[in-house]
Write a protein that binds this ligand. Structure first.
Ligand code: RIB
Ligand code: CA
Length: 314
């Protein structure tokens, strides 16, 4: 039986790459998309979620709009400089492509609570943006911690340098207080952070392979990724059209966890000072009593890239 997930997302180029990966993977059934600010404001990420589902012919999947600001801190600038003005690589997605599709009339946090409580033990939460919706859902109904099957998230970093500050990864940095709540809850969490997502790179030749044979998903990915590639060249000096494999990594773990090696360490999140947004792991298992997180620390990059190519070209 397919694993049921709620995909909490801020599309976003790599979010779109992850969503198309899920939609072509029979092991996973998306029961809903919840949207969050991050790569753009929540109106834009919701529009992109609806447009992506329309493009994929999957407008049957409900979309619930979530938070537009973090729990406590003042919002940081959103990520258009990485993902383009439309957060979809400047392909001109300023409006809904199909005026007949709409988000549901329920906040993302309420949607999460209702789905999880009505299907105990069945739903995996897969957040790949700031953790605000997940934290709001926990505040609304703390019992969801015992009712979800698992949380598999993209965000954070144990040993790898940060990508928005020396120590912090963007999703956690955008709402550190939400992340702190999520890491304190008693539920099984897997964290696909920069330790693994920056170790796997897709390059220009790989995107050509995805698009070969007029593959519709692959051609779309090659189109939206061009702006993101330019960012990776400007920011990291990656010369061959490489991009980091962030959000698709959470999906790869769901499909085949044996691609990764994880370590069980408690995580605390810095909520102020120069380390704000850092996910600090107690690697000696000595100092903190908070729940252990499955921190992914090694990845077989070839297997991940093979899996992603196979699924997108399916
Ligand atoms: O740090 C990478 C993360 O930030 C990804 O989820 C990307 O989509 C951005 O939100
Ligand atoms: Ca994201």
């Amino acid at each position: 039986m397919a694993r049921k997930i709620i995909f909490d997302t801020d599309p976003g180029v790599d979010d779109a790459m992850a969503l198309l990966f899920v939609l072509n993977s029979p092991e996973i059934e998306i029961i809903g998309l919840t949207t969050i600010f991050g790569n753009s404001n929540v109106d834009a990420t919701t529009r992109n979620a609806l447009n992506l589902l329309d493009f994929a012919g999957r407008s049957d999947i409900p979309v619930a709009k979530g938070a537009n600001v973090p729990l406590v801190i003042a919002p940081h600038p959103t990520g258009e400089f990485v993902h383009g003005d439309d957060a979809m690589g400047n392909i001109g997605w300023q409006h809904l492509n199909n005026p007949n599709v709409h988000e549901v009339d329920q906040h993302a946090a309420q949607f999460i609570v209702e789905q999880v409580m009505s299907q105990p033990g069945e739903i995996t939460l897969v957040p790949v943006g700031p953790l605000t919706n997940i934290a709001l859902a926990l505040q609304l109904e703390p019992r969801i911690a015992k009712k979800v099957k698992e949380v598999v998230m993209m965000g954070g970093s144990v040993l790898h340098a940060g990508n928005v500050s020396p120590l912090a990864e963007a999703n956690i940095h955008n709402d550190p207080h939400a992340a702190a709540l999520v890491f304190r809850a008693e539920w099984p969490i897997t964290m696909a952070g920069l330790d693994v997502t920056e170790m796997v790179q897709m390059n220009a030749a790989y995107f050509d392979e995805l698009a070969a044979g007029s593959n519709r998903f692959g051609q779309f990915i090659r189109q939206i990724v061009a702006y993101y590639q330019q960012f990776h060249l400007d920011w990291y000096g990656m010369p061959n059209g490489e991009v980091h494999t962030h959000d698709p990594s959470a999906i790869a773990y769901l499909i085949d966890p044996s691609i990764y090696v994880g370590h069980q360490w408690p995580i605390m999140v810095a909520t102020d000072g120069p380390a704000i947004g850092a996910t600090i792991a107690d690697r000696r298992l000595r100092f903190w009593k908070s729940p252990k997180v499955n921190c992914l620390m090694q990845v077989d990059g070839k297997r991940l890239l093979d899996l992603y190519r196979t699924r997108i070209r399916a």
